[in-house]
Design a protein around this ligand. Structure first.
Ligand code: GLC
Length: 468
């Protein structure tokens, strides 16, 4: 399968050579993705066998999957990105759900300050949410499902220590601690009548929510600010659980696939990725995530763009009149947003007018030639295609490992990349054709929007049922 790339007709020879070189660096051949897929499967085995693998394969301890018939009201909390989401979710049976929810912005100072302040903020937000709801359900302790979208080594449905932060969070005093305890302490101190009944990763939540609607779904995946996947595994295959007794044959596993191949054995890492990684707050970690997810794609593009500016191959027209103002935005780390990539990839105007308006209005680059804009579009395409192909490779590895190629399976996916980034799904599908062949159309990919909140409430419901 070849992916459509914009033609850059009027590029001069030097530009052509540079574009060819960059195209080669970002391209993933069919052989390469087969190798990556195989390495992924090997790493899954390793992660299931022992703790501390870079593909962490974390057992979720969620007792079973829902049938869609359950009823009851539960609280859910979702922390993992820009916003904190607090929800009250009522299961009405027959796969019907009623949701009331509120979002609270998580300030940068909370993300990187002291963990206690972050957890106090969460407890206060829950308190505010309950006050706004009124007293209708406040007769006793409410059960809450906590979606915490970071790598947590779980030891029970309501216990888990934070391994390390990802996605720009760095609050001190949380790594190595049980995040349920941290939250429960804050709730108790503030007299909020809530019991943290279940802790789930967002991928696990997404899978549970998807299963409530599509029974027997195989995977829950996030393709957004970060990326990760969870899937249903046979308990006996999770060797590192030892003789642990679990009341079901299957358990959902949170792969933490963002850390896949941190050792860099198979992933082709470019100079531009290395620069991003070195300048990030978690160098040498989450390398797979850094090649795929929304938090990073814009920055990779910026690195390529400044390389071409510095090589005198881009924006030549303005070189003689450039000022600090012109390059201020583009010189800034994170100054090129992933949303621009998305808009540039969607720009089908012959003169790339929408790309021009991003350059002018968002980046203060007032003069650019059509060739400049075509080069920029090519860069965005290369980065977008690589991201989708790598995501597809991870999916195909799980599908193969679970022997679901021939029988087919359903996968619920949430996240802005999957929902909004042009051609993302189509590029995943194209890559499936290469990796899975004629069975590729038996793989159903569905949008599972905001599933993690509902999923956390389902986990709380199942934990409460188990307690009875
Ligand atoms: C990061 C987190 C992971 C989460 C993913 C998607 O990779 O480490 O726990 O599932 O982002 O939000």
């Amino acid at each position: 399968m070849s992916f459509h790339l914009i033609d850059i007709k009027d590029a001069n020879e030097l530009q052509r050579a540079a574009i060819l070189d960059i195209t080669r660096q970002f391209e993933l051949t069919t052989k390469k993705i087969h190798d990556i897929k195989q390495h992924f499967i090997n790493e899954m085995h390793k992660g299931l066998e022992k703790h501390g693998n870079s593909l962490a394969m974390i057992p979720s301890y969620v007792p079973g999957t829902p049938t869609g018939k359950e009823i009851g009201t539960f609280l859910a909390l979702d922390l993992g990105g820009t916003n904190l989401r607090v929800c009250q979710i009522t299961f009405l049976g027959g796969s019907e759900i009623k949701i009331k929810q509120q979002k609270y912005k998580v300030l940068e100072s909370l993300k990187t300050g002291e963990a206690r302040a972050l957890f106090d903020f969460i407890a206060e937000s829950i308190d505010r949410f309950l006050t706004d709801l009124g007293d209708e359900h406040n007769d006793g302790k409410l059960d809450l499902g906590f979606t915490f979208s970071f790598p947590v080594e779980q030891t029970a449905i309501n216990k888990g220590t934070l391994l390390h932060w990802t996605k720009g969070f760095a609050a001190t005093g949380a790594v190595g601690k049980d995040v349920v305890e941290l939250l429960q302490d804050s709730l108790n101190r503030k007299n909020v009548p809530v019991r943290v009944a279940a802790l789930v990763n967002d991928t696990v939540g997404t899978l549970l929510a998807y299963t409530y609607i599509i029974p027997n779904a195989l995977m829950g995946v996030i393709l957004g600010t970060g990326t990760n996947g969870a899937y249903v595994e046979k308990v006996k295959a999770i060797k590192k659980l030892g003789n642990f007794h679990f009341n079901s044959e299957d358990m959902i596993v949170n792969m933490e696939w963002g850390g896949f191949d941190n050792e860099r054995k198979v992933l082709p890492i470019t100079l531009f990725d290395n620069k991003l990684d070195r300048e990030s707050i978690n160098p040498r970690a989450q390398i797979f995530e850094k090649l795929i997810s929304g938090m990073y794609l814009g920055e990779i593009a910026r690195n390529v763009i400044i390389h071409l500016i510095d090589s005198d191959l881009l924006f030549k027209e303005i070189h003689f009149q450039f000022s600090n103002i012109t390059y201020q935005r583009i010189n800034q780390q994170w100054g090129f947003e992933t949303a621009y990539l998305s808009r540039i990839e969607a720009d089908l105007t012959p003169n790339l007018d929408n790309t021009n308006s991003i350059l002018k209005n968002d980046l203060n680059v007032y003069e650019s030639s059509l060739t400049d804009r075509q080069i920029i579009k090519r860069i965005c395409q290369l980065i977008g295609i690589r991201a989708a192909r790598l995501a597809a490779t991870g999916l195909a590895a799980v599908i193969t490992h679970r022997k679901a190629v021939e029988s087919g399976c359903s996968i619920g996916i949430d996240g802005t990349l999957f929902e909004f980034y042009p051609h993302f799904e189509q590029r995943i599908r194209g890559t499936f054709d290469e990796l899975i062949g004629s069975n590729a159309d038996k793989i159903a990919l569905g949008l599972a929007r905001d599933g993690s909140g509902v999923g956390a409430a389902i986990a709380a419901m199942m934990a409460a049922k188990n307690r009875e």
